[in-house]
Design a protein around this ligand. Structure first.
Ligand SMILES: Nc1nc2c(ncn2[C@@H]2O[C@H](COP(=O)(O)OP(=O)(O)OP(=O)(O)O)[C@@H](O)[C@H]2O)c(=O)[nH]1
Ligand SMILES: [Mg+2]
Length: 429
């Protein structure tokens, strides 16, 4: 659907050190993003400022310097490592006679290049259109736009941006299609739950090594690369874990700090696998100097998609890079909470399998509930959750339900019923 431009675009990167900006963007990360988008980095211009200039974001002196650099280096594109207002974008484009995009457009473009599945493409297009809708006032003319290129792939080619009404209609269509696809996804998910196969999902910062680990565990051949957002579409595989049995492993899109909000929303259904997983493997690049912040950023996104409650096992990956020993860390209840390993060399993989086994066996519980007819609401609720393995009725009309469900799910039900369900548990034999 998206043509890659033949000749790499030549870009000038702009990064500002803002003194009172606590969440300053990382310049290295921008450089990685640019490379991942297939754009050539011609020069990096940085500046320190106390405040943002209303007209150009940069001061006017720096802006002139930027315009000069564009002319000298014959750049086709300026990429700001910040969010620009539509007016700032327009002013910079006029001054530099060159297209200007921000970090969000760049990320969206990488997503557009990577999306393979129908659902992924719909999600990216939706996010792009929403981003576009917020900046319809921009002044760069459509001739440039038709040529395509970074920040312009996808909806840019259809010139939808010229008409707000069309844009809205398209957004409605996309949302409708997406909801259909997510219904299908939901059915697949239900079927998996019914089959009682626990789902283990891989989450983590982009480039942490999720796909490499996925491949190790499944002996599959999922695209892993030293690129940001190498994976976009979720991939599911069923694997066998010795002494445990089947489980489904899900590889997912990586997270990044300041992930555009619309994008998070657009990917909510894809990330559903993470939310409904029985266990999350939070993969962390332990050789990354920003490891603590990366962990925090992932946690923030997990909260945003309501997946922060899922039991989590931290996987500190890439120990080959800083010569750490492979090991497991346990909490006070002797549950494994973290594993140090290298997905590349395979060191520590057996420890991970052991930890997953332990966590899943502890977190997955089986109960028998004997419910009187007047509590049939809870019976249907349990059916809805696909937690019922077997059902029989006594002569008194009580339903004897054999349940298999996740510990947190059970805890949630108990809370919702104000502890009522506890009274109907069959005493353990
Ligand atoms: N040294 C080392 N490199 C690793 C290890 N695991 C993964 N890598 C490298 O890290 C890079 C990113 O790996 P991926 O598996 O694509 O990472 P990801 O988390 O799936 O990334 P995205 O899909 O982009 O979010 C690749 O170059 C891998 O070869 C490891 O244990 N040690
Ligand atoms: Mg990946």
């Amino acid at each position: 659907m998206f043509e890659h431009t033949k000749v790499a675009e030549q870009a000038i990167l702009v990064h500002l050190y803002l003194s009172q900006d606590s969440a300053s963007e990382d310049l290295n990360e921008l450089v990685m993003l640019v490379a991942s988008a297939g754009v050539q980095n011609k020069a990096v211009i940085t500046a320190s400022r106390n405040s943002i200039d209303a007209k150009f974001f940069l001061g006017s002196g720096k802006a002139a310097e930027l315009a000069q650099a564009v002319a000298e280096l014959q750049a086709d594109l300026i990429i700001f490592n910040h969010a620009l207002s539509p007016a700032q974008t327009r002013n910079l484009e006029r001054l530099c006679q060159c297209r200007v995009i921000d970090r969000t457009s760049l990320i969206l473009d990488i997503f557009a290049q990577r999306a393979r599945s129908y659902e992924g493409k719909l999600q990216v297009e939706l996010a792009q259109l929403k981003h576009l809708a917020s900046r319809l006032v921009r002044g760069w003319d459509n001739i440039e736009r038709q040529k395509g290129g970074i920040g312009l792939r996808g909806p840019g080619e259809t010139r939808l941006e010229t008409d707000r009404r069309l844009l809205r209609e398209r957004i409605t269509v996309l949302k409708l299609r997406l909801s259909k696809v997510s219904q299908q996804r939901e059915q697949g998910r239900k079927a998996r739950q019914q089959a009682e196969v626990p789902v283990v999902s891989l989450v983590g910062y982009t480039n942490a090594g999720k796909s490499t680990l996925f491949n190790r565990l499944t002996q599959a051949d999922v695209y892993a690369a030293d690129q940001l957002f190498a994976t976009l579409d979720p991939t599911l595989r069923q694997i066998q874990l010795a002494e445990f049995g089947d489980l489904v492993l899900a590889d997912t899109v990586g997270f990044i700090r300041h992930l555009p909000h619309d994008l998070v929303a657009a990917f909510k259904s894809t990330l559903q696998e993470s939310r409904d997983a029985d266990l999350q493997l939070h993969v962390i690049d332990c050789a990354d100097e920003r490891l603590d912040d990366n962990i925090r950023q992932v946690q923030l996104v997990l909260e945003e998609i309501d997946a922060a409650e899922v039991p989590q096992l931290k996987v500190f990956n890439k120990i080959d890079q800083n010569q750490q020993p492979a090991r497991i860390e346990y909490n006070e209840q002797l549950q494994p909470v973290a594993v140090w390993l290298s997905a590349r060399t395979g060191e520590g993989m057996e420890l991970l399998r052991q930890a997953i086994r332990q966590r899943l066996s502890v977190d997955f519980i089986r109960l028998t509930l004997i419910l009187p007819p007047e509590l049939s609401v809870w019976r249907s609720r349990l059916h809805q959750l696909c937690a019922v393995q077997q059902e029989q009725f006594t002569e008194q009309g009580e339903a004897v339900l054999k349940l298999a469900l996740h510990r947190t799910e059970w805890a949630r039900l108990l809370k919702q019923s104000d502890g009522l369900l506890q009274n109907y548990l069959q005493a353990a034999v």
